[in-house]
Structures are given as C-alpha cells and as structure tokens.
Ligand binder design. Structure first.
Ligand SMILES: Nc1nc2c(ncn2[C@@H]2O[C@H](COP(=O)(O)OP(=O)(O)O)[C@@H](O)[C@H]2O)c(=O)[nH]1
Ligand SMILES: [Mg+2]
Length: 344
C-alpha cells in the first residue's frame, strides 16, 4: 500500500512521518505497520512464530511545494503512490517561517491547481503525439480510445476539476491509471494544527462531502507521543483526553479512502493481515497472497471473524462447522480468515 506525502515546505511532513513511524530519524520511505487487534488475537490463537501486519509504505516529499509561487516538483514516489496525503499547515509558530497567514483551504487549492496543471501538461503532450499517429484516427484502436478519452478529460482539467471526478468506465479508468496522473489518485488531507484545535471548519465538511477524508492533528505532539515508551504514551493520551492516536485515525482514513478490507491467513509459521479492495473475490485474495495460489485455486476455506471471536479459536470454528467452503467468486468480507486450497 503505497502512500505519498505532499505539501508545502515546513508544513510538517517530515514531522508527521516521524509520528507515523515512531522513528526520530526517517529515510524518505518508511513502512508503517497498521495496528490491528484482530491480527494480535489470531496470532496468539495460532501460536504464530511470525506476525505480519499490513504495512503502509509512506514516502516523504523532501523538496516540498515551494512557497510563494515557483513550480512544484512531483517526485517519482508520488507518481507511483496509490494515495496522496496532502499536509496543510494551520499551526502558528513564529519560529517556523511561513509564507502567509495559515489558511489550509487556500493552500489546498494552490496544491490542487499545481497538480491539475501537471496532469494537463501530460495530457497535452500525449494528445500532440497522438495527433501524428494514423492509428489514433481509426475507431476501435487503443490510440483512438486514448485520443477520445484524453480530449474529453482536457476541458475538465482546464475547468479546474481533478481527473478523479470524471465519470470513467472500467477500461477508461485502467487506461488513465497507467499514466500515473496526480489528480487521479485519492487524497487524504491532513491539517497540521496547534494542540487542541480539533473543531472541523465548514470547508473541511465540504471536502468530506467530495469524498476526501480530513484528519486534524498536531504533528509535533503526535511525534512526541510516538517516541514515548508504550505505557507512558497511554497515560498521556488519556491525560490529554484523546481517544486514539492520530496514527490510528490516519490509517483508518487511508483504509476508508482506498475502500479496503482486511483478510487474514492464520498459521503457526506466520499469521498475516492482507489488504484487499472492498468487493474483491476469494480468487483476488489468493492472487494477493501469491499468483501461483490463484492459478491453482480449488476452494477457499472461510471462517468469519465474528465466529472466531465468539468461539475463541479457529480450530473450534472448524470443529463446530463454522468453516465454509467457498469458490473463486466469493466476495471476501472484512475480517475473513482464509485458507486457500490450491493445486501446486
Ligand atoms: N508548533 C508546531 N511546529 C511544528 C508542527 N509540525 C511541524 N512543526 C515544525 O515545523 C518545522 C518544519 O517541519 P517539517 O516536518 O520539517 O516540515 P516539512 O518541510 O513539511 O517536512 C519543524 O521545525 C517542526 O518542528 C506543529 O504541529 N506545531
Ligand atoms: Mg521535510
């Protein structure tokens, strides 16, 4: 699960990455394990030697968007990411220079505009190439489809609309995805604010209505929390009247925005959590584990998490007939514990 941070310089991106990873020094890419109580319970039940949570691979943006104009540079890691976490600064701190009065809505618009311009340039370049391509004039060819699709997207971008808001069918989406456009990606917006400013603004509400999750946090506070020993941290979180750390809230926002569920494979050697697109089938789950397992797919043994929780162990679920055999097209449910029977 690749996630990229983006935002202005000094908006707190690197601090946020430290908060997420619990490391005071980070490289440009950090693996952030998703905290998962269900995985803990399953690993204990299986006496697992190894427990592997889902990991978000989060890349920093070392350059950052330049303040006060100047062309933004979009790193390769951002192009490759499945989701962009846009960090907006709201905290006021005279010791950290900033280009203007903090205004997350203004900065979001500026960032979105830069991304739209970058996508537009890409589309224009491609359309110029296609104009010289005889195939692009022959209906039914991939070049023709691309030329028609991109000609349709161009005015949308020119009107300031992100690609993600365009209505595309499956094959069009796939074509668009392969170009790694920036505004094709889902966003999670992080408002980096002063301690205790938890009240969402009207603007944030309107973003949420567009399907963009917004998380408010104070990156410096979260980083300090993340660097504390576990017990101390818990006391602190309680003392501050917080229910959960921002890391948990952010991970949830990413999961929601990407429309993911988690399924599990439970074993003594390894018990593992896997992310899967909501609505995906058992075959897709098998393919997530290994393409060989998908190729040899026979049946999926499925135990639902609710049954595991009620009976306390996977073995007991099997004993009491709570294991179901499902075929390739079974739609995997969040929390399902799968064992894929396959030909090798
Ligand atoms: N007061 C305050 N300072 C912050 C906060 N987040 C980051 N900073 C400070 O702002 C400066 C820039 O942060 P950094 O994470 O390096 O920003 P980046 O350029 O976006 O990576 C650092 O001195 C941070 O300590 C915050 O929530 N509150
Ligand atoms: Mg930085």
């Amino acid at each position: 699960m690749k996630v990229a941070l983006f935002g202005y310089r000094r908006s707190g991106k690197t601090t946020l990455l430290q908060a997420l990873s619990g490391l005071d020094r980070t490289g440009d890419v950090v693996a952030v394990p998703v905290p998962d109580r269900r995985l803990d319970a399953l690993a204990t039940d299986a006496s697992a030697k190894k427990k592997t949570p889902v990991a978000l691979e989060i890349s920093d943006d070392p350059a950052g968007m330049p303040e006060g104009g100047g062309k933004a540079e979009f790193p390769e890691s951002l192009r490759k990411a499945e989701l962009v976490m846009i960090v907006l600064r709201e905290f006021s701190d005279p010791s950290v220079p900033w280009h203007a009065e903090p205004d997350p809505a203004r900065d979001y618009d500026a960032i979105l505009t830069e991304m739209i311009v970058a996508d537009l340039e890409r589309i224009e370049r491609r359309l110029e190439r296609l104009a010289k391509e005889p195939n692009a004039k022959k209906p039914g060819t991939p070049d023709y489809l691309q030329a028609t699709l991109f000609s349709r997207l161009k005015p949308e971008l020119e009107a300031g609309k992100p690609i993600s808001s365009a209505a595309l069918d499956d094959s069009e989406s796939a074509m668009v995805h392969s170009f790694q456009f920036l505004t094709d990606k889902p966003f999670v917006v992080v408002i980096n604010t002063d301690e205790g400013k938890t009240e969402a603004t009207e603007w944030e509400g309107s973003l949420a209505k567009q399907g963009v999750s917004v998380v408010r946090l104070c990156a410096v506070l979260e980083r300090d929390l993340a660097l504390m020993p576990e017990e101390e941290r818990r006391e602190f979180i309680e003392a501050l009247g917080l229910e959960e750390s921002a890391r948990d809230r952010l991970v949830r926002a990413v999961y929601q925005t990407l429309d993911l569920v988690t399924f599990y494979t439970a074993g003594e050697k390894e018990t593992r959590a896997w992310p899967l697109r909501k609505g995906a089938t058992a075959w897709k789950a098998a393919d997530t584990i290994h393409s060989d397992i998908a190729r040899g797919f026979i049946r999926a043994e499925v135990v639902s998490y609710a049954d595991f929780e009620a009976l306390g162990s996977v073995k007991e679920c099997y004993r009491q007939g709570k294991m179901r055999l499902e075929g390739k097209d079974y739609v995997v449910q969040d929390g399902d514990i799968l064992h894929i029977r396959h030909k090798s």
